[in-house]
Ligand binder design. Structure first.
Ligand SMILES: Cc1cc2nc3c(=O)[nH]c(=O)nc-3n(C[C@H](O)[C@H](O)[C@H](O)COP(=O)(O)OP(=O)(O)OC[C@H]3O[C@@H](n4cnc5c(N)ncnc54)[C@H](O)[C@@H]3O)c2cc1C
Length: 429
């Protein structure tokens, strides 16, 4: 086995996950991150067992600040009528998948991942923007990464984990390649418990549950984080941001106006909000390959499969990517410089179809959650009603509890996936 020099562009969730697993596999890892600090960007994240089992395995989950396991999962229609409800949701998830469903602040996860990476000897350079990649001229050449200050890093492998606006992707494709609007945007709200005065609402935050409200062209998801002291609310609505604006501060009046006439419980929460951000939700067409021609760059996470956040799988699947890539590079069969092209092909074989299938599923969830009042919505609600209070059977409009979708999302075990693939090839970890 060779010790590879791996440079990861981006210390987001995919980059840090890859850094941990690559370091555990014995490689020298450097992570270059343009941000000055790992500060609060974004808000809450729902972490599902396909990811938390990795966080547990890496010893990261235990070190995270205040993850909250929701007790219940409920879907209301926009007027507040219960369409679906699971009482022991958190418990059932642990029983079925042997790992938790957990709600956290993004920065709490990011900092816990960064701490573990640093303990493993990963070199993390903040305030370091990558501006150029040189892949050499032949397969097997070393690559060079150049930052905005002119510092150069040499790598056997560059991992492009630089998110939705990935420069690595554009450089590899040799053309500017901007993400595309999905037609929706998210109002992201974080409420501290002190901002909520109504005792009934306070109780909803402290007794954690995941709640959805679904209505015409829009839906809402809300959950508690940081030990039940903070409530995260995301409002998903049609995008009205100018084409050139990806994110801006939103107007609370506009936000409340959009949800006038919705469930009073939801509008009461919205009355507590004094500041809100609007995020354009973007996606990208599928790529032919996530690997460059010289087999010394591979893309992971939002750089290659950004999705709608409607199944909360963007970060979860990005962390799966990092784990699978690092694990493939642990195998004596695949961890030499000469074997890198084969290792990357195996990674892509294991990950690309799944990543892209999850993207498609998020759009199906939008369809089912955003129906306008009419025959199709009535049919959906009749299906919801037919299963209320029973064990759900067959395809279900909320994939969060659907027995056909939940198992392939949450049951995924990156370790098992790689072990099985290696065994098939007569190799092992
Ligand atoms: C409203 C909303 C809600 C969401 N909720 C969930 C959820 O509940 N669960 C979930 O799993 N996912 C959720 N997601 C998706 C999730 O946030 C992303 O899928 C995830 O962060 C992708 O991780 P990443 O590492 O690929 O990219 P990022 O986390 O975006 O990280 C990329 C990093 O690269 C850095 N970078 C970029 N360019 C350069 C450069 N040139 N040089 C150096 N560094 C660079 C950036 O600063 C950044 O730190 C949500 C997204 C949105 C918009």
């Amino acid at each position: 086995m060779d010790q590879l020099d791996i440079v990861i562009v981006g210390a987001g969730l995919s980059g840090l996950a890859a850094s941990i697993q690559c370091a555990l596999s014995g490689h020298r890892v450097t992570v270059l991150e343009s941000a000055k600090e790992l500060a609060e960007i974004g808000a809450g994240l729902q972490l599902t067992p396909n990811c938390t089992r990795l966080l547990q395995r890496w010893g990261v989950y235990e070190t995270m600040k205040g993850p909250v396991e929701p007790k219940t999962c409920t879907v209301y229609n926009y007027k507040g009528k219960v369409l679906a409800h699971e009482d022991d949701f958190g418990k059932n998830i642990r029983r079925k998948y042997n790992a938790p469903f957990s709600d956290s602040h993004r920065v709490d996860l990011q900092q816990a991942l960064a701490k573990r990476a640093s303990d493993l000897g990963v070199d993390l350079a903040l305030n370091t923007r990558v501006v150029e990649l040189d892949f050499g001229t032949h397969e097997g050449d070393k690559a060079t990464v150049t930052t905005s200050t002119g510092t150069k890093y040499t790598a056997d492998l560059i991992i492009g984990a630089d998110g939705l606006w990935s420069a690595c992707r554009s450089i590899a494709l040799g053309r500017k390649d901007a993400p595309l609007p999905t037609g929706d945007l998210a109002f992201r709200i974080v409420l501290n418990i002190e901002q909520i005065t109504d005792p009934k609402l306070k109780d909803m935050v402290q007794n954690a549950g995941v709640r959805f409200w679904v209505g015409p062209d829009a839906h809402v998801v809300a959950y508690s984080m940081r030990g039940g002291t903070v409530y995260n609310i995301v409002l998903l609505v049609p995008d009205d941001l100018p084409e050139s604006v990806a994110r801006m501060e939103g107007s609370t009046d506009e936000m409340r106006g959009l949800f006038e006439g919705w469930d009073p419980v939801l509008t009461q929460f919205l009355d507590c909000v004094d500041q809100v951000d609007k995020w354009k939700l973007m996606h990208r067409p599928e790529m032919k390959s996530w690997i460059n021609q010289h087999s010394n760059l591979v893309l992971i996470g939002d750089a290659c499969h950004p999705m709608l956040p409607y199944l909360a799988q963007g970060a979860n699947s990005s962390i799966e990517d990092g784990a699978v890539l690092g694990l493939v590079l642990a195998s004596p069969h695949f961890s030499s410089r000469a074997q890198l092209p084969q290792a990357l092909q195996l990674f892509q074989k294991l990950r690309k179809a799944r990543g892209e299938a999850i993207v498609r599923e998020t759009f199906k969830q939008r369809h089912d959650f955003h129906l306008r009042d009419g025959p199709e919505q009535e049919e959906r609600d009749a299906l919801f009603a037919s299963q209320l209070g029973k064990e759900i059977v067959g395809a279900f409009p909320s994939r969060w509890t659907c027995p056909e979708v939940q198992p392939w999302l949450y049951g995924y075990d990156a370790y098992k996936e790689v072990e099985d693939a290696l065994r098939e090839r007569g190799a092992s970890l």
